[in-house]
Design a protein around this ligand. Structure first.
Ligand code: ZN
Length: 261
């Protein structure tokens, strides 16, 4: 089945009695909604490739109706399903899948998306869940979606003096200088100090999720800056998506239960 296109599953939903609605992100078509006929009864044709943490090859048929493609067969190319027993790793992978589904437009393929997803899985498999790695993937996907938050200069006026009185404004696209902050009153606006800004800039400069992992234990960064950095990016994501993401609520619950997300 070498003609199948490379992709990952973002979401599966039961459809009718025996079918499965499978949202994929594929190299050739980007985000597509597909129907896997009979997949609720037998997944033999799909060979274990209808799950999270699998880079698969997916054979798409012509669109049978409306926007839905048919998914005729699938096979595993690489899998990271050994991570399924780590609830935090699964929560991070689920969040990124939900983010790709919510942030990127349908059928507009970007060559980097699969690389970014697989890079996260690789670092999860190598060294476990990492806040820094997750932030790096968030930033990369925001960038691909055309919404990289401004971190170097005021996103409204371009001023670079952000030492005092700066805020992060997700609606206006990033950090606001003290003067512009006076007119930032939308939802999600929060003060941002220079330590948090430095953390987010270091994440952006890291270049890969694996490299961003080093910031988890960098003594120059205090825990409060990691938390504030996470909250700023989550505010950005929530503002763009227009509603809270289910997987983020789950990650918050894991955090409240004493695990370290
Ligand atoms: Zn400004």
């Amino acid at each position: 089945m070498s003609e199948g296109e490379l992709g990952v599953v973002l979401k599966t939903t039961p459809l009718r009695e025996s079918d499965l609605l499978v949202t994929l992100y594929t190299e050739t078509h980007g985000r597509v909604a597909t129907v896997a006929r009979g997949a609720r009864k037998s997944q033999r044709r799909f060979a274990g490739a209808l799950q999270l943490l699998v880079l698969g090859r997916y054979q798409l048929g012509r669109k049978p109706c409306g926007d839905l493609w048919s998914l005729d067969a699938a096979e595993v190319e690489r899998e990271f399903t050994q991570l399924a027993s780590d609830v935090i790793a699964v929560a991070h992978a689920s969040y990124i899948a939900e983010l790709v589904g919510a942030l990127l437009p349908p059928e507009a393929p970007d060559p980097h998306v699969l690389d970014v997803i697989v890079a996260l899985w690789e670092t999860l498999a190598e060294a476990g869940p990492s806040p820094g790695a997750l932030r790096a993937v968030e930033l990369e996907l925001l960038d691909i979606a055309g919404h990289r938050p401004g971190l170097e200069a005021c996103a409204a006026c371009g001023a670079t003096d952000l030492e005092r009185g700066a805020v992060f404004d997700p609606t206006r696209g990033g950090v606001m200088c003290r003067r512009c902050a006076a007119t930032s009153r939308g939802p999600g606006v929060r003060p941002i100090d220079s330590g948090t800004l430095q953390y987010l800039r270091a994440i952006a400069a890291a270049g890969s999720p694996a490299a961003a992992r080093a910031l988890d234990t960098d003594p120059a960064i205090v825990a409060a800056d990691r938390t504030a950095g996470r909250e700023a990016l989550v505010a950005m994501v929530t503002n763009l998506v227009g509603k809270p993401l289910k997987s983020l609520e789950y990650i918050a619950k894991l955090g409240a239960a004493g695990r370290r997300p």
